[in-house]
Design a protein around this ligand. Structure first.
Ligand code: SF4
Length: 376
């Protein structure tokens, strides 16, 4: 199975925490869509021999595109690549972009999964994050999406925002679960360089949430989601049975994917490539029949380390049989030996041939993963 990722790099304004590539020059939308269609044609052989199971429109703000453009992109990628019978097709939506009939049109275009950027139910925090929408708009968008018959709906939340308490997070979760969402992505705020928050931190105007509060928030998040019948299938992702994101899971399982659009990444198991993060350069190059990208050939150890890094964040964990078969016995034994101390400390458990982090281990997953990376 394989995936198609489409990067729509337009935003109405920049949020204070975001370091994804985007531009506020929305005048290029039409030509960008045509360029993405052309890129799909030029790279039609990239996924040769693979069956596409998922399509994901991310950004930027894909919901800024008109629905006819979304429909045209879906039609074209379905023509250019071989598709499974029931692909998961997700579109990220910002609550301020929806209007009556929006979700109906998206369904007709072939979209069957919506990821809604709620982020917070508190208007003060939304303003602090630099979001354009307010809580009332999120509620309206959620009402509309269910009224139009979508059942595969994810909400995004951000926690660990400076000044936020565990009680605030509890309230955000309760308000989210007042709607029949079937998936939740909850990310701890990270302050990235080059963002407004990054600058504020440098100037001493932003104090990040302390570790103890972050850990309590993470524990609360897991407990509430469990109570609501959600499976904690990845550090930041929760789903009802049957609604685990197939697209996200494919990244963690090292399934090949093609990324179309400026700054989009692609992976074919042997190499990784990424398109230029500049919409004008991207348009110009593709018009000349070129793909403006950089490429990194991946050696065995790099692919192995990526596997450890991503799989350990999931409930499926590291498959030791896969490691032995796909990599070698040496890396298998290396993991078995190194994991011993984490198992003794109750941070990891071995279930038959898998190594999985416990709830406690998930709280310090970054440290454990860093130690497990191989440098043989
Ligand atoms: S968070 Fe989303 S809407 Fe905000 S700047 Fe980033 S890509 Fe744009």
């Amino acid at each position: 199975m394989a995936g198609v990722y489409i990067h729509i790099p337009f935003c109405k304004s920049f949020c204070s925490y975001c370091d994804f590539y985007s531009t506020t020059d929305n005048s290029l939308q039409e030509i960008l869509v045509q360029t993405i269609l052309r890129e799909a044609s030029l790279r039609a052989s990239y996924l040769e021999g693979e069956i596409v199971d998922t399509v994901y429109f991310g950004g930027g703000t894909p919901s800024l595109l008109g629905v006819p453009a979304v429909a045209e992109i879906i039609r074209t990628v379905r023509e250019k690549f071989s598709f499974a019978d029931d692909p998961e097709i997700t579109l990220e939506v910002n609550p301020d972009d929806v209007f009556e009939g929006f979700f109906r049109e998206l369904r007709q275009a072939g979209v069957n999964r919506i990821s809604l950027g709620v982020q917070s139910w508190d208007n003060k925090r939304l303003r602090y994050l630099g979001r354009r929408h307010d809580a009332a708009q999120s509620a309206v968008a959620l009402e509309m999406v269910f009224r139009e018959g979508f059942d595969n709906v994810s909400a995004d939340l951000i926690y660990g925002i400076p000044g936020m308490t565990t009680a605030d997070l509890k309230e955000d979760l309760e308000k989210t679960f007042a709607f029949p969402v079937t998936h939740l992505s909850a990310y701890h705020l990270t302050v990235e360089e080059g963002t407004k928050f990054g600058r504020m931190k440098k100037e001493g105007r932003l104090k990040e949430t302390d570790e103890e509060t972050s850990a309590s928030m993470f524990a609360l998040l897991g407990n509430i989601c469990r109570e609501k019948g959600f499976i904690h299938y990845e550090i930041s992702n929760f789903a009802k049975e049957g609604y685990i994101s197939r697209h996200n899971s494919s990244y963690w399982k090292q399934v090949p994917y093609i990324g179309l659009g400026p700054s989009a990444h692609s992976f074919d198991r042997r190499s990784r490539q990424w398109n230029v993060s500049d919409v004008r350069k991207y348009i110009k190059a593709v018009a000349a029949g070129e793909i403006p990208c950089e490429r990194e050939e991946l050696d065995r150890l790099t692919v192995f380390n990526e596997y450890v890094m991503t799989s350990l964040r999931t409930m499926w964990g590291i498959d030791l049989l896969h490691v032995e078969e796909f990599y070698d016995k040496e890396l298998h034994d290396y993991l078995v030996n190194l994991s011993g101390k984490y198992i003794r400390y109750g941070l990891m458990k071995r279930e038959k041939n898998t190594l999985v982090l416990t709830d406690q281990g998930r709280m310090i997953s970054d440290n454990i993963i860093a130690e497990l990376l191989a440098d043989l």
